[in-house]
Design a protein around this ligand. Structure first.
Ligand code: AMP
Ligand code: GLY
Length: 437
């Protein structure tokens, strides 16, 4: 198949890499890609948010499939535009991508579909929002409605923090139009996990569970990031929960969207809060003393979850993506290998705040692929005959092993051979899983 992957991060490198592992050989392109995608694809110099240029490329080149990585082009209607030129695309149309692009819309769909989630209200007026705060207790969660580059959620420990977040968004316009509506949401207790479901408009097949590490420092300390590591499977998602998540979370959303004329195809990513103590009252999924609530939906593969999940998939990945994109996905399209995988993000000093770019990276040896560890590039580019850093998250190093311990050790062993000035990474990826065992 001829396939275009849209995006330039570790997620897109992992998608292109996994396509290259299929038995059938594909012609893979990546727009714009990075220094790592060059190993498995031809980079096309078009930015991921340039809908017009991407659509023109697809109309000319007629790929069999376009796989869209990031949310911005989905929300901006890339898949709608590709549909118009007759190119199948893996990813929802803009109306479906609102599940990620508008937290208010996602809540509306969840409420209509009876999907378990925290109680929330929407406000445009700061005075009214603050008046509502006491009924939520503490901590309380304040969310900007729209896309705010992962920064639009404040978990407030005190009333002052909550009020300041409301003022920042509704009075100070901190996130512009994305923060013109604000949700106040009940704080959910428990352990988070990510479920990526492949959806074909009607049916869904769940990919293996995973868990992200959002805080920048060991012990889940410091500010939130785009994700500092992930592992799969996540033991918090016991196998008895998977069919329930499909029946009570994923499929009701797909059906509710369909009812509204929106055919959702692509990944529906559910960020879930699992509470094993059953202390949360909102729990239609309650089973064996645990509840599951939706924290958020995303309209795409997670990053870095994808770098931990895709190395575990067998079978033909291209066929699974194409079947989802064209409405004929089957359970057999998703083959899961029994191995475990762990991904550690190697970042630039200062991330998620300011950081320097252009640092030369040594020890990548990307031309020697090892079956037990893979170096995915997140923020890299070629400069002369060197590969240099070009982002905050630089590499996503995945270890694969029979046990989680083996997978984690292999990721760290691979990182030990890599260096660039001011690089850092978390040393405790998968700690929650180890604490359970
Ligand atoms: P979101 O962008 O909605 O995923 O929120 C970012 C992060 O904030 C989540 O991954 C959670 O760690 C946290 N968060 C969001 N909503 C809640 C909630 N209702 N209760 C507890 N934590 C939350
Ligand atoms: N890792 C979180 C996300 O992709 O949104």
């Amino acid at each position: 198949m001829k396939i275009l992957v849209v995006g330039s991060g570790g997620r897109e490198h992992a998608i292109a890499w996994r396509l290259a592992q299929d038995e059938e050989k594909h012609e893979i392109y990546c727009a714009p890609g990075n220094a790592g995608t060059l190993d498995v694809a031809t980079n096309v110099a078009i930015k991921a948010d340039d809908i017009e240029a991407l659509t023109a490329w697809a109309a000319d080149e007629k790929p069999d499939l376009v796989v869209v990585g990031p949310e911005a082009p989905l929300v901006a209607g890339l898949v709608d535009a590709l549909e118009k030129v007759g190119v199948p695309a893996f990813g929802p149309v803009a109306a479906g991508a609102r599940m990620e692009g508008s937290k208010r819309f996602a809540k509306e769909i969840m409420d209509a579909a009876g999907v378990p989630t925290g109680k929330a209200e929407v406000f445009t007026d700061a005075v009214k929002a603050k008046a509502a705060l006491p009924s939520y207790g503490l901590p309380v969660v304040i969310k900007a409605d729209g896309l705010a580059a992962g920064k639009g959620v404040v978990v407030a420990e005190t009333a002052e923090q909550a009020e300041a977040a409301i003022d920042d968004m509704l009075v100070g316009n901190k996130f512009g139009a994305a923060g013109a509506e604000v949700l106040i949401e009940e704080f959910l207790h428990g352990e988070e996990c990510s479920i990526l479901a492949m959806v074909d408009g009607e049916n869904a097949v769940l990919l293996p569970s995973s868990q992200d590490h959002k805080r920048v420092f060991d012990g889940d300390k410091g500010p939130n990031t785009g994700g500092m590591g992930a592992y799969s499977p996540a033991p918090v998602v016991t196998t008895d929960k998977l069919p329930l998540i499909k029946e009570k979370v994923i499929l009701p959303v797909v059906r509710e969207l369909k009812k509204r004329g929106i055919t959702y195809r692509g990944i529906l990513y559910a960020g879930l809060m699992v509470n094993d103590e059953n202390s949360n009252p909102h729990g239609p999924l309650a089973k064996s003393g645990s509840t599951v609530n939706v924290v958020e939906f995303n309209a795409r593969f997670g990053d870095p979850e994808t770098e931990a999940v895709l190395p575990r998939l067998g079978g033909s990945f291209a066929t699974a993506l194409l079947h989802a994109a064209t409405g004929c996905l089957k359970d057999e399209d998703v083959v899961v290998n029994p191995e475990t995988a762990a991904t550690v993000i190697v970042a630039s000093g200062g991330y998620p705040g300011a950081y320097e770019k252009g640092k030369s990276i040594s020890g990548l040896s990307s031309s020697v692929p090892s079956p037990s560890s893979i170096v995915f590039h997140c923020g890299t580019k070629v400069e002369g005959d060197e590969i240099v850093t070009s982002g905050g998250r630089v590499l996503s190093v995945t270890g694969v092993g029979a046990t989680l311990r083996e997978a984690v050790d292999r990721a760290y062993a691979r990182i030990a051979g890599i260096s660039f000035e001011k690089m850092f990474f978390r040393k405790d990826i998968a700690h929650r899983a180890f604490e359970r065992s």
